[in-house]
Every structure is written in structure tokens, then in C-alpha cells.
Design a protein around this ligand. Structure first.
Ligand code: NDP
Length: 270
């Protein structure tokens, strides 16, 4: 049976095995997908050992996405631009890398009737998750994409990779000079209970607020957005399933349906 893995540290929380086994059952593919905790500093050895055992592919989560990028012999353009890989394919002794986070995010937004064309979009954060979605967001032809980050120099480094007029960096304080239609939180602030230092007035009755994080209850960012009367609040569960579906497609050449497993995971979370 073809073998796949998801690597991370921590990894216990990962829902990828449940999602991929559900995709496999749905599309009648025979495969085994497991999660594996990788000790820091051992990523390369673990991947190479899996390749020697005949592994077909792997997903990669924090903190190994950048290391995964460096391991690859071939990268897709979107992986190259993001400098981070979440999907590895092992073919004839060579490692192919891709990043499916952006596709997962955009598909989830579209499934909530949020189209980005001609919209002003604010991306909060400039870490691996933010880097991974910028190319896909720009492909949707927004009017403007502003990347705001606590360490603004990191946001500017991302912007520098895209020589386009409609992308720029900002501090959190300066984002009030724009009128955003969609705000995407790609920071990990909520995970530690920290409040994002963004001014209240950026969220209005017409703003869609998206948080890449998801959980049993609304994330702190989405709770605040709701209190401020945001038009729509969406968490990252659909993105998680969407990025997995794109990985599955890369490996198995068949696109699984995502609605059912997203609903199942939502029920299990509650
Ligand atoms: P990184 O550690 O690479 O980046 C963290 C980002 O959060 C940085 O921009 C950092 O700013 C910012 N940040 C952290 N704490 C604060 C704070 N207190 N105030 C303001 N900004 C803060 O993480 P990732 O980019 O890999 O992941 C970000 C989040 O996205 C995670 O919570 C992850 O779970 C989620 N995610 C969800 C996915 C999904 O499928 N739903 C897929 C991928 C990620 P600075 O640069 O200044 O330190």
C-alpha cells in the first residue's frame, strides 16, 4: 500500500491523517497516511529514511516547512516564491516540493462566496503561513494587498519578491489609511491568547474577517471581529481541508470532495 506521512513538532493535534484517509475512502484509493513527530534537527534524516522505505509523499507542518523547501530537487513556482513547502512528492529518488496553503485558502474563501477580485485585502502576519498564500491571493487580482506585521521588515521582504504595484507592507498602526474588504489573520497571536494590536476601525460592517486558525470556539480575532459587527467571520478549518485536498490531488491525480469531511471535523470540534 502506498505510504504517506505528515511531519511536524508538535504533531499530536494534526487532523491530516483523518482527512487523507477520508479522501482515500471517498475516491477508492488504497493508501496509508500517518502522522510522525520529528525531533528538531532530525527532519532531513527522517524524510530520507522514509524515501528509502518507499514512501510516496509527505505533508510538512510547523516548524519544518522552510527546511522541506531546502530539501527539494524541484519546486513549483508558488513554493519557490513562498520559500516554504507543505507537500513533498518522492518520485524516482527525487524530491518535488509544492505549497498548497494558498489554494486551500482561496478555495475556502470562494466556498463562502468571498471573491477577491478588485477587493482591498489585508494580510496580517509575515511568517510561513502568510508567505505561503501571497502568490495565490495575488492570482485573484485584488485591487490591493497589504501585508501588515509586528516586525514590518519581514512583511517588506515578502513584498519585495513581487514587483507589482498592488502589494505593499504596513505597520499595524498605519493600516487605518485603507478601507479593507477582507482581512486575513495569518499570525499565531491567538494561539497564545495575545490580542492583535490592530485598530478597531479597520473592521466595519462590510468587512469579511478570516482567521487561518480554527478551534472549538471562535478565535480571539474572530470574536473581536464579530463584536465590531464584521459582515462575515470565517475560521481556517476549510483551508486546512482545502490544502489537504490539493496535496491529495498532487499525489493521486484525483480531486476529492471536501464538504463532507469539513462538516464532520466541525462536528468533532464542537
Ligand atoms: P510563524 O511562526 O511562521 O509566524 C507567526 C506570525 O505571527 C508572525 O508574523 C509573527 O509576527 C506573528 N505574531 C505572533 N505573535 C504575535 C503577536 N502577539 N502579535 C502580533 N503578531 C504576532 O507561524 P505560521 O506563519 O507558520 O502560522 C501562523 C498561524 O497560521 C498558525 O497559528 C497556524 O496554526 C496557522 N495556519 C493554519 C493553516 C490552515 O490550514 N488553517 C495553514 C498554515 C498555518 P513577527 O514576525 O513580528 O514575529
Amino acid at each position: 500500500m502506498d505510504q504517506y506521512r505528515v511531519y511536524g513538532n508538535p504533531i499530536q493535534q494534526s487532523k491530516s491523517p483523518i482527512i487523507h484517509q477520508a479522501f482515500a475512502a471517498q475516491t477508492e484509493q488504497k493508501l496509508q497516511y500517518d502522522k510522525e513527530l520529528v525531533q528538531l534537527g532530525r527532519f532531513e534524516q527522517v524524510v530520507n529514511a522514509f524515501i528509502r522505505k518507499g514512501g510516496k509523499g509527505a505533508n510538512v507542518t510547523a516548524p519544518f516547512k522552510e527546511q522541506a523547501c531546502e530539501l527539494c530537487h524541484y519546486l513549483t513556482d508558488r513554493a519557490k516564491l513562498s520559500g516554504a513547502v507543505n507537500t513533498l512528492s518522492f518520485i524516482d529518488g527525487e524530491i518535488f516540493g509544492d505549497n498548497t496553503d494558498g489554494v486551500g485558502l482561496v478555495q475556502d474563501l470562494l466556498s463562502h462566496q468571498v471573491a477577491l477580485q478588485n477587493k482591498k485585502v489585508l494580510l496580517l502576519g509575515a511568517g510561513g503561513a502568510a508567505k505561503g498564500v501571497v502568490a495565490s491571493l495575488l492570482e485573484q487580482n485584488p485591487d490591493l494587498l497589504v501585508i501588515a506585521n509586528r516586525t514590518v521588515a519581514k512583511a517588506q521582504l515578502i513584498v519585495d519578491q513581487y514587483p507589482l504595484a498592488n502589494i505593499q507592507s504596513s505597520t499595524f498602526e498605519e493600516i487605518t489609511s485603507f478601507d479593507f474588504d477582507v482581512i486575513i489573520n495569518a499570525t499565531s497571536a491567538g494561539l497564545t491568547g495575545a490580542t492583535l494590536p490592530i485598530p478597531d476601525q479597520v473592521i466595519t460592517a462590510s468587512t469579511v474577517c478570516y482567521d487561518m486558525v480554527y478551534g472549538k470556539v471562535l478565535t480571539p480575532f474572530l470574536q473581536r471581529a464579530k463584536q465590531l459587527g464584521a459582515y462575515q467571520v470565517i475560521d481556517g478549518l476549510g483551508m486546512l481541508v482545502g490544502q489537504a485536498a490539493e496535496s491529495f490531488f498532487i499525489w493521486r491525480d484525483v480531486k476529492p470532495e471536501t464538504d463532507k469531511i469539513t462538516k464532520q471535523l466541525r462536528i468533532e470540534l464542537s
